[in-house]
Design a protein around this ligand. Structure first.
Ligand code: CP3
Length: 352
């Protein structure tokens, strides 16, 4: 007879992603890819035809379809919400666009105290469509967990202060050091916006969250600790009391891994420049890790790629938990069949 007290599968508790993030034993290593939804998929290019990026991000039917595409095609163990780190900024009224091939471009860069007036707090009412999208998605995804995300204050501040993508972040660092009080006030505002955006996604049913501090690797440890760390901590603190695992990721952050682990995260994302065993050692074996296949290796012949995947799966076993991922996002010209093959390989070789 069936045990009637058996509770139904809940991705927030029972999925491989959530269990690995919490350092619990899993039957195999979960795998998903940063930027798994996007230009590498022909079905993505087809549905995006004629719709601007920011417009697509605010359309629940389109967001749901695009988020599901890589889950259907690759059989990944998690979906990541299709949106962008600048969506909450646009939602509170910042005049910006996402320019194809370039990235976010802000009409008027933030440089003075008066600019703070253009950055009101984010309330759930600003992003009612996001709540709707997440709710639709969670229904469609069933047992597959949905990862919500936001940009961390430093990375968002860089786009606002520079006015767009930046190699050297010179205006951002000039503000940080030239007017530390204004810098802190700006980042505190951004932490509120990011934190509220994460909370909206979790309240609507997301199973985990990732905070992207993509450009934090441009900072010295001293700058990170003095000018950035507390604001990332504040963004995550908006989730206090909600029982969802947190992932924290940045590019080129090998030197900052321990600092980035101190902001209230469960999982530390490792980029492809740092060997996983080194990252695990730096973190003192106290954190689950996510990563870290070099996205460019997806262009290599299968043999070396397979070796790298097998090595990363084996290395991940020495951490309290491991979520297989790339060391940064899928490149747009990646052959999607290679991604599908990598998922199957991770599943096969990590089976216990
Ligand atoms: O699959 C997923 O990962 C979910 C979707 C996602 C997008 N952006 C979709 C997107 C996520 C998680 C992001 C986060 C994001 N956006 C980050 C942090 C992640 C990282 O890569 O470090 C950053 C820095 C941004 C800012 C941004 N938005 C950039 C640099 C770009 C690329 C510009 C380009 O055209 O090359 C964007 C646009 C963007 N965001 C696209 C997608 C699918 C491409 C737009 C398109 O398809 O036309």
């Amino acid at each position: 007879m069936q045990d009637v007290t058996e509770t139904p599968f809940d991705p927030r508790r029972d999925s491989l992603l959530v269990k690995a993030a919490r350092g619990q034993t899993t039957s195999r290593t979960p795998v998903w890819f940063m930027r798994q939804a996007g230009r590498s998929l022909p079905e993505y290019r087809a549905v995006r035809e004629g719709t601007a990026m920011l417009e697509a991000c605010r359309n629940p039917e389109l967001v749901t379809e695009i988020t599901l595409q890589p889950v259907r095609r690759h059989g990944v163990d998690a979906a990541i919400f299709f949106s962008d780190i600048v969506v909450p900024l646009a939602a509170v009224g910042v005049d910006l666009d996402i320019v194809p091939g370039t990235g976010p471009v802000v009409a008027a860069p933030f440089r003075t105290r008066a600019d703070l007036d253009r950055l009101p707090d984010l309330t759930p009412e600003h992003v009612g469509d996001i709540t709707k999208s997440v709710q639709m998605l969670v229904r469609e995804l069933g047992p597959t967990p949905l990862i919500g995300f936001a940009g961390a204050p430093f990375t968002l501040a860089s786009y606002l202060v520079e006015g767009g993508p930046s190699r050297n972040h010179e205006h951002t660092k000039a503000l940080m050091h030239g007017d530390p009080q204004l810098w802190h006030d700006l980042c505190a505002r951004l932490a509120q916006i990011s934190g509220a955006f994460l909370r909206v996604q979790v309240d609507a049913g997301a199973s985990a969250v990732q905070l992207f501090d993509s450009w934090a690797g441009a900072l010295s440890r001293a700058d990170y600790r003095t000018h950035v760390q507390e604001h990332s901590r504040a963004a995550f603190a908006a989730l206090d009391g909600l029982d969802v695992p947190r992932i924290h990721f940045g590019v080129g952050t090998g030197e900052l891994l321990t600092d980035m682990s101190e902001v209230g995260t469960d999982v530390v994302g490792v980029d492809y420049r740092v060997a996983l065993p080194d990252a695990i050692a730096r973190l003192g074996g106290r954190f689950a890790v996510q990563g870290n296949l070099d996205p460019a290796l997806l262009f290599a012949p299968w043999e070396p790629l397979e070796q790298a995947v097998r090595r990363i799966v084996a290395e991940g076993r020495t951490a309290p938990g491991h979520i297989f991922n790339l060391g940064h996002g899928v490149l747009p010209s990646t052959d999607p069949d290679v991604l599908t093959r990598v998922v199957a390989l991770v599943h096969e070789v990590s089976e216990r």
